[in-house]
Design a protein around this ligand. Structure first.
Ligand code: ZN
Ligand code: ZN
Length: 272
């Protein structure tokens, strides 16, 4: 792998990747995951949220295991809409048991609706989504939302389930400015991924420019959506400073300022 150039965010600045997948199914084994965490630290990343969702129900256990080894890694637990066909109440109850073990979990998710890929039938996606929202509400945990082409149905379900009180974060936000404003008006948060660096990322750049400063987070969504100038390489949390830099450009501020405000928002949202 190529050496990573110095981060555009000055060393010592709070810098958090609010969403990455440190699953051994992506990074082969624990040693691979630990190397990714070490490279993130070397590039000034103070904390990262390892998403326990996206690679089946076992993702939650794997994210929790990484958080158990690294104080700088926080874990979530959830079932991705792609995997909704795996959902049962018993498995959800099992997963929620992670709350009281070791470092615990800071949120439920990612969860939601993905009508772009439709890897699971839509009705099964809705059932898994509602059940996780009900659990989050009962336990007072914030939720991380994955929403792709749901045509506003994600918002309807969040409204119907009164999910906003415990905290709602739209990760890898790909909607437009009007949808962002609807989320923010309800008290939600927006996380901007590396798409903001892409040539065709104009809509994302407009959203990144207009999201209120107290609702904006940044993420890599590693191993996907590798930011410029690392296209073609597997994405990892070490690159999150480059997302901060592009967001700073469109907001007319410094990478340091964006890193600081996003880190503050991430801590407030997840409560650490
Ligand atoms: Zn997602
Ligand atoms: Zn993700």
């Amino acid at each position: 792998m190529k050496p990573i150039p110095p981060s555009p965010v000055p060393a010592g600045t709070p810098l958090i990747d609010s969403h990455c997948h440190l699953d051994t199914r992506v990074w082969e084994d624990d040693a691979g995951v630990d190397a990714v965490v070490a490279r993130a630290h070397a590039n000034g990343v103070s904390h990262m949220v390892a998403i326990g969702s996206g690679y089946g129900f076992e993702s939650a256990n794997r994210a929790h295991a990484v958080a158990s080894r690294h104080a700088a890694v926080l874990a979530s637990a959830g079932l991705h809409p792609h995997d909704a066909r795996e959902f049962t109440d018993e498995r959800l109850a099992d997963m929620l048991g992670l709350r009281t073990r070791g470092p615990g979990i800071v949120a439920l998710g990612e969860m939601g609706l993905d009508y772009h890929y439709d890897y699971s039938p839509r009705e099964e996606q809705r059932v898994a989504f509602r059940a996780q929202l009900a659990a989050a509400r009962e336990l007072g945990l914030p939720v991380i939302i994955h929403d792709r082409d749901s045509g506003g149905e994600t918002l309807e379900i969040l409204d119907a389930m009164a999910a906003w009180e415990t905290g709602v974060l739209f990760h890898c936000y790909t909607g437009d400015t009007a949808y962002m404003e609807a989320i923010v008006a309800r008290g939600g948060y927006i996380s901007i991924p590396g798409i903001v660096t892409f040539k065709n990322g104009d809509v994302m750049r407009e959203v990144a420019a207009k999201t209120p400063a107290d609702r904006l987070l940044i993420e890599t969504d590693s191993p996907f959506l590798t930011p410029v100038p690392f296209r073609g390489q597997k994405n990892e949390p070490a690159f999150v400073g480059f997302v901060a830099a592009r967001v700073a450009e469109v907001r007319g501020t410094t990478p340091e300022a964006v890193a600081v405000l996003a880190a503050e928002n991430t801590r407030r949202f997840f409560g650490f």
